[in-house]
Every structure is written in C-alpha cells, then in structure tokens.
Design a protein around this ligand. Structure first.
Ligand code: ADP
Length: 438
C-alpha cells in the first residue's frame, strides 16, 4: 500500500484527497505556489513544499517540480486532482518513470481519450452514437464547408485538445465559417499548443448527462450512475445532480452498456467520466475525462461510495470496493458550485449543516481569495429521498451559507434552483441564458 502521497494540486480537491488519504492511513505532501501559503490544503497536509510563483505555469503546471518534490519527500505516489496536470499523459509518464504510483489510468489511455478526434472514433467502435460531424481533424476551409453543410447549421468548431469550454466556436451561417475556423484554430494553438480542430453539429438546448465510472485496471467496470450537468454558464457547469431528471430507463441502459464496453476494453484504471449530450430520445457521446471530476460528490451521495478512496486504492493495487456493473441509485443529490466573483478577503463564513448536507471547501474566515486560479471556492451538496426534497434542502442550506467580504454567485444559484424551469426538471444547457437573458 501507498505510505506517502504527493498531491499535485491545490484548493478544494487537494483537501478532499487529504481526507481520503487520512482515512487510508496515507501521509500527504502538498505542493503550493508562493501565493497559496494560507490555503487550507497546505495547512492540512502532513508536509508542504513551495514549488514556484503564483501563475499556474510557474507552479502547479510544473511537472518536473512536482516529481522532484515527490522523490525528495520520499513519496511513493502522485495524485493529480482535477485540472492542472490531471489529464497530462506526459506527466503521468514522468511520474511512472520516476518509480512512483500514478493515481489515474495508464498514460496511453489518457493520451487516447484526450484527443477528442480519437476518442470519438473509440466511442463509435463501442456502439456509442456521436454527434454528426467531421470524423477527424478538419484541415481546410473547403472541407469544413462540406462537413457543415452535411450536418446542417448551426455547427460547433472544437479544439481536438480542448477543455474547460475553451477553443469552441458556434457558427450559425456558412458566411461565418471561414473566419471562425481561423479563430478557433489559433485559440486552440494558444491554449493547448495544438491547433487541430474538428466540427460537430451544434445541438440547441441539449441536456449534459455524464456517467461516473470506476475501473479496476483489469477490465472490471462499475458505473456509479449518471449526473446531469445541464445548468451551465458559458459552457461551464454550475449545478450538478444525480440521477438526471431527463434520462429515460432505455437511454440510461444504452449509455451504460456503451460505457462498460469502452472502459472495459481500455482496461481503465481508477475514476473516469464519460460525457454525453442528450436531445429528445437521442444521446451523443461527447468526451471522456480520464480523472476524477469536481461534481463527484453527488455520485458518492446516491451510491454511498467514496470515489476518491476507491480511485487511490485501485491504483495502489487493492481490489475495487465498488462492485462491477451498473449501480442502483438511492435518493437524489444536487450540488451548487459557489464561485467568487472577484478576489478579496473573506470576512465571515457561516457553513450550513443539518441532515443530508455536505460542504466541500478550502476557504475560511480571513482567507484571501486569489486572482490567479479557478473562481470556485466551495461546493454545497444536498441529499434527500426525492428531487423535490433535495432541491428544497439545498435552497435551505444556501440560505444558511453566509460569505461576506467577496461577492459570490449564491443569489444567482438560489434564483436558478427556485425557478419553475429548474423545478420542472425540463430544461437544457440554455437554462441560464433563459433565466438571466444573457
Ligand atoms: P470542455 O471539454 O471544454 O468542457 P465539452 O466538449 O465537454 O467541452 O463541452 C462543454 C459544453 O459545451 C457541453 O456541456 C455543452 O453545453 C456544450 N457543447 C459541446 N458540444 C456541443 C454540441 N455539439 N452541441 C451543443 N452544445 C455543445
């Protein structure tokens, strides 16, 4: 078993990993940037080492520094968390070459799934429908026009190495295609050092549905239900829930069958997510995230599991705790992401509690929210027996949550959660724009 684990990340996910490690009897080493000295993950870890300046490129994205610290502090494993280096196959390789355990799937699996063009082809091979579009990279304007005309407008241009909603352009008419193709490709080059783009049909107001998967690395695959992440602002998730109010039993069965086949064939190890867009009775594969995700708590709450503990255990060679197969879900869980709208010092923090409430964060009263990193400062999750009750409970807990000193999106989350559209369960990714007339 692992004795000492380095967390190549910060904030809320690093705190979450430390908690799992404590329960497993694993000591933890945190890395941090010069700006993050007061971060809760630094205070909670058994040891913490500063690895550089505040910009991520100079600290949390420095793969060599993370490996050097891991070796220097006698770690035997590295957990990459989410974002930063978590889907970086070269980093995974470096970790393994240094003789350390990588908490994630094999580097070649990350590489295959990280290329959205190859990932689409893999999904098709396992019987999963993909949105109509180019089945590979689009290299010329003429080719793009032909594909877009075949799919029908609107279309979306996406970066093959993209993520986090970056490098996506929606095109409504042919006259705008050439210009957007150029912009998307140069954005992709700038953000991901890879200008490769592809084209898909743009679905209007679809649902975003994803499956939480755990693999034992030998072909055994557990599906811990679906999550609905349709409530988004600018293609970024805001509210996630499990189960999804918009997935029929037939759709769920088809999605799960395809996912089990794909992850089993890849001999997938650890936690992963397969994302789909659903429209009416149809669904389409979007991508696989070869890591744990921010919204994993909703799946933990409806399956009574500890995804991160299982992920670490499986990667350390322990048997998978989750039974292979598709798990039944108990009750309903809803998560609201709490984002800071600007940097600043938190003066007061009142944390909600009571039955069925979970609050995951790395901030505390007197903590200064920094301008350098993701704006998410906490996740508030509510569980109850039905969707209606879980949403009511989340609204009750949002009322209890008080954060003074920095502006947040708490008010906006309450507006969404109490809107008739959200409560009806019939909504898609256009909900935010509909409510706030964006
Ligand atoms: P990223 O990896 O950058 O997060 P995704 O491919 O996961 O990008 O897509 C993020 C979001 O963008 C989706 O949840 C959805 O709202 C929107 N989106 C992506 N592809 C399409 C599409 N073909 N049609 C409609 N919306 C899309």
């Amino acid at each position: 078993m692992i004795k000492r684990l380095l967390i190549a990340n910060r904030g809320e996910i690093a705190v979450r990993i430390i908690r799992a490690c404590r329960e497993l009897g694993i000591r933890t080493v945190a890395v941090y940037s010069t700006a993050d000295k007061e971060n809760l993950h630094v205070k909670m870890a058994d040891e913490a080492v500063c690895i550089g300046a505040p910009p991520s490129a100079k600290s949390y994205l420095n793969a060599d520094a993370c490996v050097t610290v891991a070796l220097g502090t006698k770690c035997d494993a590295v957990h990459p968390g989410v974002g930063f280096l978590s889907e970086n196959a070269a980093f995974a390789e470096k970790v393994q070459k240094a003789g350390l355990i990588w908490i994630g799937p094999e580097p070649e699996t990350i590489r295959l799934l990280g290329d959205k063009v190859q990932a689409r082809a893999t999904a098709v091979a396992h019987g999963l429908p993909v949105t109509p579009g180019s089945d590979g990279a689009v290299s010329s304007e003429a080719e793009a026009k032909k594909i877009a005309a075949r799919c029908g407008y609107p279309v979306i241009i996406k970066a093959a190495s993209g993520g986090g909603g970056k490098g996506m352009r929606i095109v409504y008419e042919e006259k705008d295609l050439a210009e957007n193709l150029k912009i998307a490709s140069s954005e992709a080059q700038a953000n991901f050092a890879d200008g490769t783009v592809y084209i898909e049909k743009y679905l209007v107001n679809p649902r975003h549905v994803e499956l939480q998967v755990l693999g034992d690395g030998k072909g055994g695959v557990a599906v811990l239900g679906e999550r609905d992440c349709s409530t988004q602002k600018n293609h970024q998730k805001l509210i996630e829930e499990s189960p999804s109010p918009g997935v029929s039993p037939e759709m769920r069965e088809k999605m799960c069958a395809g996912a089990v086949s794909l992850f089993s064939a890849l001999k997938y190890r650890g936690a992963g997510t397969i994302e789909f867009l659903a429209s009416g009775n149809e669904f389409f594969f979007m991508e696989v995230n070869a890591r744990v995700q921010v919204e994993h708590p909703v799946s933990e709450m409806v399956t009574s599991s500890d995804i991160i503990r299982d992920q670490i255990g499986v990667c350390a060679g322990l048997p998978m705790e989750a039974e292979p197969g598709v798990h039944a879900l108990n009750g309903w869980a809803v998560e609201a992401r709490i984002n800071a709208r600007a940097p600043g010092k938190i003066k007061t923090l009142h944390i909600p509690g009571g039955p069925g409430i979970r609050f995951d964060t790395f901030v505390y009263a007197d903590y200064s929210v920094l301008p350098f990193y993701d704006s998410m400062i906490a996740k508030l999750i509510a569980w109850d027996s039905t969707r209606e009750r879980a949403v009511k409970r989340l609204l009750r807990a949002l009322d209890e949550l008080k954060i003074d000193g920095v502006p947040t999106n708490i008010g906006e989350q309450k507006t969404i959660l109490s809107s008739p559209q959200f409560l009806s369960g019939h909504f898609g990714t256009g909900l935010y724009a509909e409510l706030f007339q964006q």
